[in-house]
Structures are given as structure tokens and as C-alpha cells.
Design a protein around this ligand. Structure first.
Ligand code: PSU
Ligand code: MN
Length: 313
């Protein structure tokens, strides 16, 4: 009997396919941060640097995007060009994936959809900049990123610099707790604030190295579906000046309100405004923190592969 292929079957690049088959470490990377989080044309060079950082950590990078309805895990240089250059590329969360697949559309994947596609491909580690979360004034707008619910359901490690600081960070941490998403700091119990090292919030647990992070994930995977968030702060001397940070964020949120921006357009609008208002300072810090997360994710993926190779006691 002929069985039609799943419309959401992922297309692995040859390099990613070989690495997974040989149980070598692989790190998933999202494409929304490239297409909608960083300005063109700087995003293109950043894409290469992020992939190189994963390799420096000891893993194979797998950037994920949907092209002509097909979810790709691992992109060619020409495919990365397309993701970075197309100003009309859609932003696809989990709920948008079936539409893109059925109608043959293209789009960049967010944390939520990247996590889902990565897990489906058998990838256990994912690096990004900052998670989506609960927006400020969410009690009026109900704006809470689909990233949170997706992480509650998906088994993988997500390395990030906290949640984007345009958000309500304490409320986001509360939601992560309600959703039973495991959160550990990387060598810190201070929850990072994305562009700044310290969000002002604390977390209960920290890990000392990549091996501990991998062991926490192995235990989590054994227990129930759900992500392990590894929060990796920028060192204080690499962060955005906290005073500049607070000033530009207040301005960016006011501009979004003024312009009547809603829904999934809010995050790209605010990030773009910040890059302009800080004369590129937020952009430089954003790229820096993604690179650090990619390198750490590479090391965690390598540690996870080493754990899997260890003979059972
Ligand atoms: N982190 C960044 N830049 C970004 C994002 C995260 O450094 O652009 C993206 C991620 O793809 C995340 C998305 O999933 O923003 C969240 O969007 P929203 O708030 O609309 O859920
Ligand atoms: Mn939203």
C-alpha cells in the first residue's frame, strides 16, 4: 500500500543526517532571529558566525527554516542567503507550520517551531539569543509567546541569555515554573537579562559545566517531555550599559504602543527600534550573546553524545 509522506517530514542536510546517524553532536539554530531579529545585511555574516561558534564548541550546526513548504534542518549557504535577504519571509510559530507545509510557503522558525522540528529530527540541543515570554502589560493584551508552551512539551536543551528584556521577566519565570520547564543558570543563580547580565531575578539551580547540563537533560528526558533551559549570562564587561538599556527599552515600547503594533510583529518592531535608538549597540550585544550561546550549546551537545556513549553501569 502506498503511504503518502508526512507533509511535515523534515529535510535533513547531508551533513546533519550523517552526524545524527553516527550519533555525533548536533545543535539546532533558529532562523527568526536571523530574518526578523537582526537587520539586513548584517544578519548574513552573523548566521555564518553562529554556525562557526557551534563548530568551535564541538558540534554540527543545524539552522532550521521552512522553504517552499518543506522544513529544512541544516541549510546550504544559498538557503541561508534566502532566509537573510527576503524582507517578506514569514515568521512561523508552531501554529503556522501546518499552513506553510500545506500551502508550500516559506518562513523563518521561532524558538517554538524550531524546538519542535529539532526534536522531531532527533536533535537534543538548541541555541538561541533570548526566549519569547510574557510581555509587559500582558494582563491587557494577553500577549505571551508560544515559546513557553512549546518548551513545556518538547524534550531538548535550550541555551539562551534569558528572555528578551523587553518582556516582563518575573512573570515569564513564573509561567516557566507553572509549565514545569526546568531552568538552570550556567555558573550562576542570577537569571540573565538578555542584553544585560542580570535581570534582577534569581533562579534556584545552576550547573558548573557542560557535562552537568547534559546530565540534567538526560534526567529530564527520562522523566517527562519538557525542555531544560540553560541560562547563560553575558559577562558584565560585555553587556549593554544598563542605563542605556533601560532608556532605549522604555522608548522602544512606547514607540510600539504609539504605532499600534500587535501580535507577532511586536518583537521584531521593538528589536529594530532598539538597534536604531542605541546606534547599533544592542545589535552588537545581541550577536555576541548568540555566539556565546551557540558555543556553549556545542559543548553541551558534545557532552550529551559522550554520556550516550558511556557503557551502562
Ligand atoms: N531571540 C533573539 N532575537 C529574536 C528572537 C529571539 O535574540 O528575534 C525571536 C525568537 O525566534 C523567539 C521570537 O521565538 O523572537 C519570539 O517572538 P514572539 O514574542 O512573537 O513569540
Ligand atoms: Mn506575542
Amino acid at each position: 500500500m502506498h503511504v503518502a509522506p508526512s507533509p511535515l517530514a523534515v529535510q535533513l542536510s547531508p551533513e546533519v543526517e550523517a552526524a545524527l546517524a553516527e550519533r555525533r553532536p548536533v545543535v539546532a539554530l533558529e532562523s527568526t532571529l536571523l530574518a526578523h531579529g537582526l537587520p539586513r545585511p548584517d544578519n548574513r555574516a552573523a548566521a555564518d558566525r553562529v554556525e562557526a561558534a557551534v563548530r568551535a564548541g564541538g558540534a554540527v550546526p543545524a539552522t532550521i527554516a521552512v522553504l517552499d513548504g518543506v522544513p529544512h534542518v541544516g541549510l546550504t549557504a544559498a538557503q541561508v542567503d534566502r532566509v537573510c535577504a527576503d524582507p517578506d519571509l514569514a515568521k512561523l510559530g508552531v501554529r503556522d507550520l501546518p499552513v506553510a507545509a500545506a500551502l508550500g510557503l516559506s518562513g523563518a522558525t521561532t524558538v517554538s517551531s524550531t524546538a519542535l522540528l529539532a526534536a522531531r529530527a532527533g536533535i537534543g540541543v538548541f541555541a538561541t539569543g533570548g526566549l519569547g515570554g510574557v510581555h509587559r502589560e500582558s494582563t491587557e493584551t494577553f500577549d505571551e509567546s508560544a515559546d513557553l508552551v512549546a518548551l513545556a512539551r518538547t524534550s531538548l536543551v535550550v541555551v539562551c541569555a534569558g528572555v528578551k528584556s523587553i518582556l516582563d521577566v518575573p512573570a515569564t519565570l513564573e509561567r516557566l515554573e507553572s509549565l514545569s520547564v526546568t531552568v538552570v543558570g550556567y555558573r550562576t543563580r542570577t537569571f540573565p537579562g538578555f542584553y544585560v547580565a542580570d535581570s534582577g531575578c534569581t533562579i534556584d539551580w545552576s550547573v558548573d559545566d557542560a557535562t552537568q547540563a547534559a546530565a540534567v537533560f538526560a534526567a529530564r528526558r527520562d522523566l517527562s517531555p519538557g525542555a531544560v533551559v540553560v541560562a547563560n549570562p553575558l559577562p558584565a564587561d560585555e553587556q549593554l550599559d544598563p542605563e542605556l538599556h533601560d532608556r532605549v527599552i522604555t522608548g522602544a515600547l512606547a514607540a510600539a504602543e504609539e504605532a499600534g503594533v500587535r501580535g507577532k510583529a511586536v518583537t521584531p518592531f521593538v528589536l529594530e527600534h532598539l538597534h536604531r535608538a542605541s546606534e547599533g549597540a544592542t545589535l552588537a550585544v545581541n550577536v555576541r550573546l548568540v555566539l556565546r550561546n551557540a558555543e556553549l550549546a556545542g559543548r553541551i551537545a558534545a557532552a550529551l553524545a559522550a554520556l550516550a556513549r558511556r557503557p551502562a553501569p
